[in-house]
Design a binder for this molecule. Structure first.
Ligand code: PNW
Length: 480
């Protein structure tokens, strides 16, 4: 990679500027130490992320058709307290207020998703103009405020009318038609599109574990086929966007690979962690980046491996302009003498976590996500398309929400993001999940991820401490 400092060169530069024989200059001069800045590259893009079903509400407005998540959330027992996205943050009506929150943060970019069933209420066929008009209004409002839109086309809310959902090979084709239409209509004002969000979540968690819509528990062969359809939707989507958008449109996706941190930062464990990253994500990001399924995956799945037709893998491997990584919790790997070369460490029950039981705290995971992805596949550009955490936020009597734990979480993760940027990896921006507390899928409104507190009775938004803190990060372009 060009323009990348070796670690020794970097240490030399920092050392020469800031220290006299190991003693920081300020201390040597008897002055109080200034806060040590951790600067980001000029033009680094700071922003926030959300998704349609989690914030919009207005599920019956302007001709929107029902999605799988409307049906699932209204099925008794599927979500916490039977919560639904019927109203959520009502961002469909309050979007100007939400753009104002972004503006107040100094955000330069905003990642949101489009509700497919607002555009095609039955998944395909005749487009619904008022649905599209909402996103045109939203994008115009963002641009008016100097905020660049990053559009996700599929963040899990699938039109209910598409028979069989992701079990059907027709769904990727319908997705491509939808992607072509939206890119054709919006690429005059939006220049970045992501096809799918987190394939593992709308395949495995939805059709194998049953935790997400449609809540099925299917056997491995069917699940592998569903994964394949998810990837195919992405690949066909890339081709459709390229064919129908204005020139200069940038295309990528947002994936949440399992990220392996080397147990010790030494050559053998780093190599093992990189191998684990490639192999453990074989049905997802690895297939997208390599246009093939690894031998390991095909051997492990044997008769249950997906049925691949014609050019499927070439389509899945369509070259991308950028890769988006959603990064939350770490996994750990070490070198091992076995055939794979790695072993995954079991997590002790004392491992610290945030308010969601799966959200283990490991700030270095953000660095390794970027480094492994870059070292393995040399993408042109990378974004952290999601990072953030749930916390047990409460409003004090004076109305303040002092989410010091979320600030702690973010400060530590951003420190490791800064390391990746400083070492020259092509990381262009960061989207904090999330702008607002919202409908956290099966957890309903019981888990808050926002840097703005939402009162779900009044829809009133209140800044949390983390929003003030993030504004300062953006202002300084440095970890605060
Ligand atoms: C992401 N896990 O989902 C999604 O893209 C968001 O819609 C969601 O609100 C956010 O992260 C917080 O959950 C995930 O179990 C869901 O590891 C589950 C997991 C990871 C990400």
């Amino acid at each position: 990679m060009t323009g990348r400092f070796t670690r020794r060169e970097f240490a030399k530069t920092i050392g020469a500027a800031g220290a006299v024989s190991g003693v920081p200059l300020s201390l040597a001069l008897g002055q109080p130490a200034a806060p040590k800045p951790l600067p980001f590259p000029a033009n680094f893009l700071w922003g926030c992320a959300t998704s349609a079903y989690q914030i919009e509400g207005a599920v019956a407005a302007d001709g929107r058709g029902p999605s799988n998540w409307d049906v699932f959330s209204h099925t008794p027992g599927k979500t916490h307290h039977g919560d639904t996205g019927d109203v959520a943050d009502d961002s469909y009506h309050l979007y100007k207020e939400d753009v104002r929150l972004l503006k107040d943060l100094g955000a330069k970019v905003y990642r949101f998703s489009i509700s497919w069933s607002r555009i095609f209420p039955r998944g395909r066929g005749k487009p619904n103009a008022p649905g599209l008009a909402y996103y045109q209004r939203l994008i115009d409002e963002l641009l008016k405020n100097g905020i660049e839109p990053y559009v996700t086309l599929f963040h899990w809310d699938l039109p209910q009318a598409l028979a069989g959902g992701w079990q059907s090979r027709d769904t990727p084709k319908a997705f491509a038609d939808y992607a072509a239409y939206v890119a054709g209509k919006l690429s005059d004002r939006a220049h970045h599109f992501m096809t799918t969000n987190e394939v593992v979540c709308f395949t495995d968690l939805s059709y194998q574990i049953g935790q997400f819509a449609p809540g099925l528990k299917l056997p491995a062969a069917q699940v592998n086929q569903i994964r394949h359809h998810g990837l195919l939707a992405h690949g066909l989507g890339v081709q459709a966007i390229r064919a129908h958008s204005a020139s200069g449109t940038q295309v990528g996706l947002a994936e949440n690979p399992k990220v392996y941190v080397p147990v010790i930062e030494s050559a053998e464990h780093i190599e093992a962690a990189k191998r684990a990253y490639r192999e453990e994500n074989a049905p997802f990001l690895t297939a997208v980046m390599e246009g093939k399924y690894t031998d390991g995956y095909l051997q492990r799945e044997a008769a249950n491996a997906p049925k691949v037709e014609g050019d499927d893998l070439k389509i899945i491997g369509s070259p991308l302009d950028f890769v988006g990584l959603n990064v939350y919790q770490p996994e750990y790997a070490r070198a091992d003498a076995g055939a794979s070369g790695y072993a995954v460490a079991r997590r002790p029950s004392s491992f610290p976590q945030m308010a969601s039981p799966w959200l283990f705290i490991g700030p270095e995971v953000i660095y390794w996500a970027i480094r492994h992805t870059s070292d393995l596949w040399k993408p042109r550009a990378l974004y952290i398309t999601e990072n953030g955490c749930s916390a047990e936020d409460f409003r004090q009597t004076d109305g303040r929400v002092e989410d010091t734990d979320r600030v702690m979480f973010l400060r530590n993760y951003l420190t490791h993001l800064q390391r990746a940027a400083t070492e020259g990896y092509p990381i262009r921006g960061y989207f904090l999940w999330s702008l607002l507390d919202n409908f956290e899928w099966a957890d309903g409104y019981s888990k808050r991820f926002g840097i703005h507190y939402v009162d779900f009775k009044t829809r009133k938004r209140t800044r949390k401490l983390s929003a003030d803190w993030y504004r300062e990060v953006i202002r300084r372009n440095s970890v605060a």
